[in-house]
Ligand binder design. Structure first.
Ligand SMILES: [Zn+2]
Length: 112
Protein backbone atom coordinates (compact mmCIF):
# COMPACT_ATOMS: atom_id res chain seq x y z
CA UNK A 1 0.00 0.00 0.00
CA UNK A 2 1.31 3.40 -0.95
CA UNK A 3 1.52 6.53 1.20
CA UNK A 4 -0.52 8.49 -1.35
CA UNK A 5 -3.39 6.04 -1.13
CA UNK A 6 -3.30 5.98 2.66
CA UNK A 7 -3.31 9.77 2.91
CA UNK A 8 -6.09 10.24 0.39
CA UNK A 9 -8.29 7.82 2.29
CA UNK A 10 -7.26 8.75 5.80
CA UNK A 11 -10.46 10.64 6.62
CA UNK A 12 -12.63 7.78 5.43
CA UNK A 13 -10.49 5.42 7.46
CA UNK A 14 -10.79 7.56 10.59
CA UNK A 15 -14.56 7.68 10.13
CA UNK A 16 -14.56 3.88 10.12
CA UNK A 17 -16.14 3.95 6.69
CA UNK A 18 -13.51 1.77 5.05
CA UNK A 19 -14.19 -1.80 4.07
CA UNK A 20 -12.60 -3.93 6.83
CA UNK A 21 -9.95 -5.49 4.59
CA UNK A 22 -8.75 -2.09 3.35
CA UNK A 23 -8.92 -0.65 6.87
CA UNK A 24 -6.68 -3.47 8.04
CA UNK A 25 -4.09 -2.64 5.37
CA UNK A 26 -4.17 1.06 6.25
CA UNK A 27 -3.83 0.22 9.93
CA UNK A 28 -0.75 -1.89 9.30
CA UNK A 29 0.69 0.83 7.04
CA UNK A 30 0.18 3.43 9.78
CA UNK A 31 1.94 1.15 12.29
CA UNK A 32 5.27 1.44 10.48
CA UNK A 33 5.00 4.59 8.31
CA UNK A 34 5.74 7.62 10.43
CA UNK A 35 4.82 10.04 7.68
CA UNK A 36 1.31 8.66 7.26
CA UNK A 37 0.71 8.24 10.97
CA UNK A 38 1.67 11.91 11.41
CA UNK A 39 -0.86 12.85 8.78
CA UNK A 40 -3.46 10.69 10.54
CA UNK A 41 -2.69 12.42 13.82
CA UNK A 42 -3.04 15.87 12.25
CA UNK A 43 -6.32 14.96 10.62
CA UNK A 44 -7.57 13.56 13.91
CA UNK A 45 -6.56 16.75 15.71
CA UNK A 46 -8.54 18.88 13.28
CA UNK A 47 -11.48 16.53 13.13
CA UNK A 48 -12.04 16.01 16.84
CA UNK A 49 -12.74 19.63 17.87
CA UNK A 50 -15.20 19.96 15.02
CA UNK A 51 -17.07 16.91 16.23
CA UNK A 52 -16.93 18.05 19.85
CA UNK A 53 -18.12 21.56 19.09
CA UNK A 54 -21.10 20.25 17.18
CA UNK A 55 -21.96 17.91 20.03
CA UNK A 56 -23.00 15.23 17.61
CA UNK A 57 -21.36 12.62 15.55
CA UNK A 58 -21.10 13.71 11.99
CA UNK A 59 -22.71 11.00 9.95
CA UNK A 60 -22.29 11.32 6.22
CA UNK A 61 -25.47 10.48 4.32
CA UNK A 62 -25.47 6.90 3.07
CA UNK A 63 -23.71 6.51 -0.24
CA UNK A 64 -21.81 9.77 0.10
CA UNK A 65 -18.57 8.17 1.20
CA UNK A 66 -18.73 5.71 -1.67
CA UNK A 67 -19.39 8.44 -4.22
CA UNK A 68 -16.58 10.61 -2.85
CA UNK A 69 -14.26 7.62 -2.89
CA UNK A 70 -15.20 6.86 -6.48
CA UNK A 71 -14.46 10.45 -7.38
CA UNK A 72 -11.09 10.32 -5.68
CA UNK A 73 -10.31 7.09 -7.51
CA UNK A 74 -11.19 8.72 -10.81
CA UNK A 75 -9.35 11.96 -10.13
CA UNK A 76 -6.34 10.93 -12.20
CA UNK A 77 -8.47 10.29 -15.26
CA UNK A 78 -10.69 13.30 -14.60
CA UNK A 79 -11.97 14.54 -17.91
CA UNK A 80 -14.07 17.61 -18.69
CA UNK A 81 -17.81 17.01 -18.95
CA UNK A 82 -18.59 15.16 -22.15
CA UNK A 83 -20.14 17.38 -24.84
CA UNK A 84 -23.47 15.47 -24.86
CA UNK A 85 -24.01 16.81 -21.33
CA UNK A 86 -24.33 20.28 -22.80
CA UNK A 87 -26.84 19.14 -25.40
CA UNK A 88 -28.83 17.42 -22.67
CA UNK A 89 -28.94 20.70 -20.78
CA UNK A 90 -30.11 22.60 -23.86
CA UNK A 91 -32.77 19.92 -24.47
CA UNK A 92 -34.06 20.26 -20.91
CA UNK A 93 -34.08 24.03 -21.29
CA UNK A 94 -36.01 23.73 -24.55
CA UNK A 95 -38.59 21.47 -22.88
CA UNK A 96 -39.02 23.94 -20.03
CA UNK A 97 -39.46 26.84 -22.46
CA UNK A 98 -41.95 24.80 -24.47
CA UNK A 99 -43.84 23.89 -21.30
CA UNK A 100 -43.99 27.52 -20.27
CA UNK A 101 -45.14 28.59 -23.71
CA UNK A 102 -47.91 25.99 -23.87
CA UNK A 103 -49.24 25.88 -20.32
CA UNK A 104 -48.08 28.81 -18.28
CA UNK A 105 -48.12 31.77 -20.61
CA UNK A 106 -51.76 31.27 -21.77
CA UNK A 107 -52.80 30.97 -18.13
CA UNK A 108 -51.07 34.20 -17.27
CA UNK A 109 -52.72 35.86 -20.23
CA UNK A 110 -56.01 34.25 -19.17
CA UNK A 111 -56.51 32.63 -22.52
CA UNK A 112 -58.12 29.55 -20.95
ZN1 LIG B 1 2.95 6.00 4.36
Amino acid sequence: MRCGYVQRHIVVFLENQMPPDVAEKIKSHLSWCKHCSDVAKQVEEVRQPVKDSMGVDIEPPPGMVQSVMARIENMDQAAPAPPDRRYAFIAVLAIIVLFLAIFVVPKILKLY
